[in-house]
Design a protein around this ligand. Structure first.
Ligand code: SAH
Length: 400
């Protein structure tokens, strides 16, 4: 047994199995008792029912995920040095990617998938944007910021922890400047020779979706001389790749006018032909039907909707939503056209998503052939001990 001053969590008999497989979460039902009075987010030791030390993690009394593991090695202090090491390891793992794709914007730390539960850090040129989503991340905020400061002394640090999931951990949403200069209204990042403007303080998540980087490139390769409809476009970055590859015409659709305004600027700063790009502020569900009624068709359609399911009770509704947009999109495609369709709901399994697309094809009365299976970019890795880290799935489909 380990000697430490930490409070300890004793598991019910047999409930150590997930930890033995190094999964980083302990659910409330697995816990027999708590010894001591740990605060929200404080580091606790985890013991099996016989008292054997298993791991150290952060205590989160208000969440169903009661503990998130920091370390499976005994006697590891959770301090600035700990976070420096984990963040450096994440940075190291991304060096080749950053060089190959000439990135000034990327995900530096992907939470559980980089062995730092609840901590997301995105790198935008000279600003690091962090999201601290768990009680343990918040408890160690000063260590995390000190570690970032030591590793990236020249960088600004901005906090975008303004997300409701923090409430499940007993934390209020929060955001603001942590160090250095306030971000500009729009920050420029580069990937694969493409310029992208990001609204760090007001954009979605930490400002941008790096996870679709590979899929933007793949999408571009289908777009030469094609008419393209990009649904749920956000700031229109699929379109920059498509226009660079010589798309004939490109339509961005999003509910958010401010996202479309940035999409327009993105076309401008990449010196692409604005006369070939449309920006439509509309609800995709309604617009696809309107286009169908008008007999409008496209050669390529991209569907990258927001997460439709946050929990299991929303999964059925999510399936209906995915099927609906995929069905109507297929009906809008010219014969031999390409559908690039994605789901970023972690709860939606790949095989279920494929089945939904298959059902959509049947209802649309079209033949559909999957020609590529798509996933998240490699700065969003999937730790083998944390399969939940696989969330973004996509299919490239030829529709006849
Ligand atoms: N494809 C984007 C990311 C999409 S995020 C990229 O590569 O960057 C999802 C987007 O869908 C958000 O911009 C959100 O504003 C938009 N959105 C959500 N519901 C919508 C709806 N019903 N109709 C149109 N846009 C919607």
């Amino acid at each position: 047994m380990q000697q430490s001053n930490n409070a300890s969590i004793i598991l019910k008999p047999g409930r150590e199995k997930a930890l033995n497989r190094r999964h980083p979460w302990i659910f409330s039902m697995a816990i027999k008792s708590v010894k001591g009075k740990p605060e929200l987010g404080e580091t606790v030791d985890i013991l099996d029912a016989q008292g054997k030390w298993l791991a150290a993690g952060a205590y989160s009394p208000e969440s169903q995920i009661r503990v998130r593991i920091w370390s499976f090695e005994p006697n590891v202090a959770i301090d600035v040095e700990f976070f420096k090491q984990r963040i450096s390891a994440a940075a190291q793992a991304r060096t080749a990617l950053i060089k190959d794709q000439q990135l000034t914007g990327f995900r530096l730390v992907a939470a559980e998938s980089d062995y730092l539960p609840g901590i997301t850090i995105d790198h935008y040129d000279h600003t690091l944007v962090c999201q601290l989503l768990s009680a343990g991340a918040e408890y160690n905020r000063h260590h995390i910021i000190a570690a970032l400061d030591a590793l990236y002394p020249e960088h600004n640090i901005y906090d975008r922890s303004d997300v409701d999931v923090r409430k499940k951990e007993g934390l209020e949403p929060t955001k603001g400047l942590v160090k250095g200069d306030e971000p500009a209204a729009l920050t420029l990042v580069k990937e694969n020779g493409v310029d992208i403007l990001v609204d760090i303080t007001g954009g979605h998540k930490t400002g941008f979706y790096f996870d679709q980087r590979d899929n933007r490139r793949i999408a571009g390769s289908f777009c030469k001389d094609k008419t393209v409809l990009n649904c749920f476009s956000y700031t229109g970055t699929f379109g920059i790749y498509a226009m660079k590859e010589g798309a004939k015409h490109f339509t961005n659709v999003d509910l958010s006018q401010s996202a479309l305004d940035i999409a327009k600027q993105n076309i401008e700063i990449n010196q692409l032909d604005m006369s070939k790009v449309d920006f439509v502020q509309a609800d995709v569900f309604k617009l696809l039907r309107r286009y169908r009624d008008e007999g409008k068709t496209f050669d390529v359609i991209i569907l990258d909707p927001p997460k439709f399911a946050d929990n299991k009770s929303q999964l059925n509704g999510a399936c209906r939503g995915y099927k609906d947009i995929n069905m109507v999109a297929m009906q809008l495609l010219n014969p031999g056209g390409t559908l690039l369709t994605y789901s970023c709901s972690g709860l939606m399994a790949s095989d279920l998503f494929q089945k939904i697309v298959a059902d959509a094809a049947l209802d649309a009365k079209r033949d559909a052939q999957i020609i590529a299976r798509l996933s998240q970019a490699s700065d969003h890795p999937i730790a083998s001990t944390f399969p939940e880290g696989f969330y973004l799935k996509g299919l490239a489909v030829t529709v006849r």
